[in-house]
Design a protein around this ligand. Structure first.
Ligand SMILES: [Zn+2]
Length: 445
């Protein structure tokens, strides 16, 4: 099935555009998500050096509003010329789990909602697999399309869906629509998904309509990443046994991670740490060396170490460049490791490296092994870096992906503020069903 064709989005002038993209943006492929995120980090990094990240974000919002007026006019004139506009996959999948007509904070309620999400997602995967290569390439609008990588990802994704469905089905009652008989394959789950909303009671209709859209968009989002792998590699696969995405964590267990900090004193890094302390949650912070160096220069190493308290820290490299293409990628890793080691107590520093945007060299295993580092990826991208997401959108996406993934590592950023409002909603919605383990657990993956 082809994805729903929509008009080119009028929100073309998002805050990353250096100038009004006008006609070009209406017809050009969306930039890879990672490129969008990288651009945001680079902008905030530069501004943090000059006058503080918050000032930049305020200016972005002003610029965005000003640009939006001008751009909307020009984009509206060309929308009619675009015969078949693409799905704006870079917008990110958003869901509204509050539409689920049942509890999520009990084991039975969580498992039932998890089964329902997996059924919807199985149908979305099935739709994607039924597309021709040309149709899928058109839907993804990716810069490149590696058919082998896409097929490999689909195989793995089907396996993950089935394993997770089995984990969610311990207490299945066959009178429940989420517990079809003989649910032994993703194809059976997809068939149930395709039969919705008729196959479920009417009270599930609004949830189904919302989740079906999410599942389709999320499948395309992930397929888009798989399509550019390994040329522009990312978190959708690993190259070796020293790389992980968090899938070995137990069922209903998620590690919290935050990238790109620290910000300047009083910024969102400090606020994130205060929130975690207030909520008694443990997390790992993947620091950029250049940001850590600046914070130490301003506040002193002892104050920076004290700021992070009992949380864990690890390396995100010296600067937010691709560690697949940057000539000095090894120097970046070594300098950051040295600064972390001299700043923090050994217990606080995890032997992990998280490549910016997940980009690392396929042949980097020997180097990381020589540095006694593992490559720490993730399987939930909170999209808190995306300017079209607010705290509610981040929370809805993360809760839904927790129901889908059931275990793993959630990626947030402490240089944006969305996690501050999203995380309390996530914790409140899921209660004690999810285990958020001590950050040191990541050192043992
Ligand atoms: Zn990053």
């Amino acid at each position: 099935m082809r994805p729903t064709v929509t008009a080119a989005p009028l929100a073309t002038c998002h805050d990353l555009a250096p100038a009004c993209p006008g006609v070009a943006a209406a017809i050009a492929p969306a930039p890879p998500f990672n490129a969008v995120h990288a651009a945001r980090v680079e902008q905030i990094t530069k501004q943090d050096r000059a006058s503080g990240g918050e000032a930049l974000r305020g200016r972005h919002r002003t610029d965005r509003r000003r640009a939006a007026v001008l751009c909307t006019l020009s984009v509206m004139t060309v929308v009619a010329l675009v015969a078949a506009a693409r799905v704006d996959a870079a917008a990110g999948a958003i869901a509204h789990p509050s539409l689920w007509p049942g509890p999520l904070d009990s084991l039975e309620g969580f498992d039932r909602a998890s089964r329902a999400v997996l059924i919807e997602y199985a149908a979305a995967l099935d739709d994607a697999e039924r597309m021709s290569t040309a149709e899928l390439q058109g839907a993804l609008a990716a810069k490149s399309f590696d058919a082998g990588s896409v097929a490999h990802w689909l195989d793995n994704e089907r396996r993950r869906v089935m394993l997770n469905y089995q984990r969610a089905s311990n207490r299945c009652e066959h009178k429940d629509w989420t517990c079809p008989a003989e649910a032994t394959s993703v194809a059976v789950l997809a068939a149930v998904g395709h039969s919705l909303p008729a196959a479920a009671p009417a009270k599930f209709r609004r949830w189904h309509e919302d989740l079906a859209t999410f599942a389709k968009n999320f499948a395309l989002e992930q397929l888009r990443l798989a399509a550019v792998f390994p040329t522009a590699n990312n978190e959708t696969d690993v190259f070796s046994d020293i790389e992980w995405t968090g899938e070995s964590l137990p069922d209903r267990t998620f590690a919290l991670t935050f990238d790109d900090g620290p910000t300047s004193a009083g910024g969102t890094t400090d606020q994130t740490l205060a929130l975690l302390q207030a909520l008694n949650k443990s997390a790992s912070f993947f620091l950029l060396g250049v940001h850590l160096e600046t914070r130490i220069a301003n506040d002193g190493a002892a104050a920076v170490a004290a700021l992070y308290g009992h949380q864990c820290v690890a390396s995100h490299g010296w600067e937010h460049h691709s560690h697949a293409t940057w000539d000095d990628w090894q120097g970046s890793v070594m300098r950051t490791k040295a600064l972390l080691t001299t700043t923090f107590e050994p217990i606080a520093v995890l032997p992990l490296f998280r490549p910016p945007n997940g980009q690392r060299r396929p042949d980097s295993r020997a180097f990381f092994a020589s540095q006694s580092l593992h490559v720490a990826l993730w399987n939930i991208d909170a999209y808190d870096w995306n300017s079209s997401f607010d705290g509610d959108a981040v929370a809805g996406r993360v809760i839904t992906l927790i129901l889908l993934r059931r275990h793993g590592v959630a990626l947030f950023h402490d240089i944006y503020g969305n996690a501050l409002s999203a995380l309390p909603k996530v914790f409140a919605s899921l209660g004690r069903v999810i285990d958020w383990p001590d950050c040191h657990l990541l050192a043992r993956l």
